[in-house]
Design a binder for this molecule. Sequence first.
Ligand code: AMP
Length: 126
Amino acid sequence: MAFEYDDQNIFAKILRGEIPCDKVLENDHALAFRDIAPQAPDHVLVIPKGAYVSYDHFAQQASDAEIIGLTRLVGEVCAHVGVQPDGFRMVANTGPNAIQDVPHLHVHVLAGRPLGRMLRDQSDLL
Ligand code: AMP
């Protein structure tokens, strides 16, 4: 499967500094900023600085340094936000079945309220 990256997506524009973001943290390989339409008191997006469409694209093709960079930044965001002891959820929506709106990998970190079960039972849709 070839992954095609559209460099006009909104997160690419944030990375290029063409539009602002509410930055939380960053390192050499990843940027964390607050979601513009938060679904929890703390809702932070962690994105790689490289051009990756999705988590599978990233996990298959990113360098070890990029993977460590993104993963460490998720950890730093968790500490910064203070997800313990109540917990949090990480989500990386990918493709149409998961309704991915922005085609640049982003890990949602959601915290600060009870988040319910991960998925509703949607067996009636199958
Ligand atoms: P997804 O549906 O998983 O692709 O999530 C995309 C997320 O990006 C949504 O939660 C949006 O609220 C968020 N979003 C879109 N534009 C921006 C922006 N300019 N700054 C911060 N978050 C954004």
